[in-house]
Design a protein around this ligand. Structure first.
Ligand code: ADP
Ligand code: MG
Length: 348
């Protein structure tokens, strides 16, 4: 079990490192304009079960160190596996006094769960664990086990009064579907306060951009091809946005020829099989982008586009299991499709 956990993490880290490198390459591509770009400062470290690379242009010299410290602080509060974290304490004791950070994220996560009508449900954790995604010790739980666990899955039962949270007996929460996105928002705010005008924050597969590239042009962020670990299906050009992808290819195992991934449908307690292979959200807020990438993956293409039409405060790239690509109208010009792919532009 230990070995498979290590292997799983090692693979996740290799992938994250590769994606990060790839994103940096694309983001910097074309950065050599007439005005010389300021020298970037850069740091790479492991946190929140992935590899993070923060690249900052201008601003105070210690801004990067402050940003890294902030990530580690949030990780120590939010980690579901660190027994000393606030979330682990809440899961163990059924109640906990939360720091303002954790209370704020929990409040916003619960609001988002409601906004997507439960496609995102932070109480899914016991189900995720039953499938082995928390340890790498994978298994396909039987129907009876899953329906017993599903009785405890209901984000509307989580109570947050002031900074004190409580859970019904047997329920546990995990903020993993939104934590990296929110961390990106916190880092972007911190760096802006430190005078940074231009930064690329790669939190595993979550990309957060501050301002534009130093030469004033957009950052170029690659969207992975879910069917080809080496390839990408296109590039989005953005400034001051979060770009977050959830995909079935990110963490999965195979049993008897069937692939099971880590994004769960809270209605069934099984991996969401909606016909989508990945969902990439482009939004101002990292938390919103992160939560929506998971929720819209669960909803499937039709539900995702209905949600977009009803809200219009984000854009999305949907890649289906058959390889077809749909982008929402706001990305029609900002998205460059790789050769050989077929693109549909969804209209409001
Ligand atoms: P990642 O964190 O791997 O980038 P996501 O942001 O899509 O990917 O979050 C997936 C994680 O969130 C899973 O590993 C699991 O712990 C949890 N999760 C899975 N399905 C759901 C869901 N429907 N609602 C809330 N959390 C989920
Ligand atoms: Mg997410």
């Amino acid at each position: 079990m230990r070995r498979s956990l290590r292997k799983d993490r090692a693979e996740a880290r290799t992938f994250a490192a590769f994606s990060a490198l790839f994103a940096s390459f694309l983001a910097l591509f074309g950065a050599f304009g007439c005005t010389p770009a300021p020298e970037p400062a850069k740091t790479t470290f492991a946190a929140m079960d992935t590899v993070m690379t923060l690249t900052v242009y201008g601003g105070e010299a210690d801004a990067l160190a402050a940003a890294r410290d902030r990530v580690l602080e949030l990780e120590s509060r939010l980690s579901v596996t660190d027994p000393d974290s606030e979330i682990a304490t809440l899961n163990r004791d059924g109640t906990a006094a939360l720091s303002p950070d954790t209370a704020e994220l929990l409040r916003r996560a619960l609001a988002l769960c409601a906004q997507v009508d439960g496609a995102l449900d932070i109480t899914i954790y016991p189900v995720v664990r039953a499938w082995g995604f928390t340890t790498g010790d994978y298994t396909v739980p039987d129907e009876a086990a899953l329906s017993a666990l599903l009785e405890k899955v209901d984000y509307t039962k989580v109570r947050l009064e002031g900074d004190t949270a409580s859970l019904p007996a047997g329920s546990e929460i995990d903020l993993g579907a939104v934590a990296k996105g929110w961390t990106g928002d916190e880092l972007a705010a911190l760096l802006r306060e430190e005078g940074v005008k231009s930064a690329l924050l790669e939190l595993g597969g979550n990309i957060h951009t501050v301002g534009s590239k130093p030469d004033g042009s957009d950052w170029r962020v690659a969207v992975r091809d879910p069917g080809d670990p080496e390839g990408y299906i296109g590039v989005v050009s953005v400034s001051d946005k979060a770009v977050v992808t959830s995909g079935g290819y990110e963490r999965y195992f195979e049993r008897d020829g069937v692939r099971y991934w880590h994004i769960m449908d809270p209605r069934t307690g099984a991996p969401a099989r909606s016909g989508l292979a990945s969902v990439t959200i482009v939004a101002d807020s990292g938390l919103y982008a992160d939560g929506l990438s998971t929720a819209l993956f669960v909803m499937g293409a039709e539900g995702a586009l209905d949600y977009w039409r009803a809200h219009r405060d984000f854009e999305v790239v949907l890649v289906s299991e058959d390889g077809s690509v749909t982008v929402t109208a706001g990305l029609a010009r900002a998205f460059a499709l790789s050769a050989g792919c077929h693109l549909t532009v969804a209209q409001p």
